[in-house]
Design a protein. Sequence first.
Length: 231
Amino acid sequence: MRLRAVIFDLDNTLYDYDAAHETAFRTLCGYAETILGLSQADFRAVYDGVMNEQIARTGGEYAAIHNRMIRFQMILERLGKPILYAPEMSDLYWTVFLAACTPVAGVRETLETLRASYRVGVGTNMTADYQFRKLQKLGLLSVIDFMVSSEEVGAEKPERRLFEACAAKAGCTPEECVFVGDSVAHDVRGAENAGMRAVLLSSNPAPEGVTRIASVAELPGLLRAMGGGAG
Ligand SMILES: [Mg+2]
């Protein structure tokens, strides 16, 4: 079946999430040291503990597990500190994070090229607000046709409902969609389970049977070879 839509994961696919998070987190460590009197190691430990508690509390199926305001609130509660610091921590984190958000090389040009032949969208795990802000900062909101967040559908990848919502917005069947992302478990297996084709974006070797690219610039040629585009 001919490919008619290309859907991208956002974090660590269209930009380097790990680098942006680490930059924001280090700034937050400075805040925690000054305001809360915590060492960087202690702050990292409580942050990781609360992140796991956020997942355990909800069963991990809700976009709220990524909500930083809730995470900072829970950190302050766990430390016995006033929750009045939570908005300041959230603002600081996101200001630094968004400033550090830059698109991977060539991504805007690739999306523009793909849009001439395909419907192009984003399918992402996270609350809509900051995923929109990231796309806005990356300069990519104007070169995508649609957006699906896990908050919007009430299900996290690899749940098939998120992929089905992507196909519905693309106006195609799942078989006519290809999903591109950096996670084998969330993006590749989730998409395949929903009936889509999948491409792993990674600089590491792919598991057997998984199509891999090292750069989004490889996509237009690869998709033509997979039977996509105007024929
Ligand atoms: Mg990702």
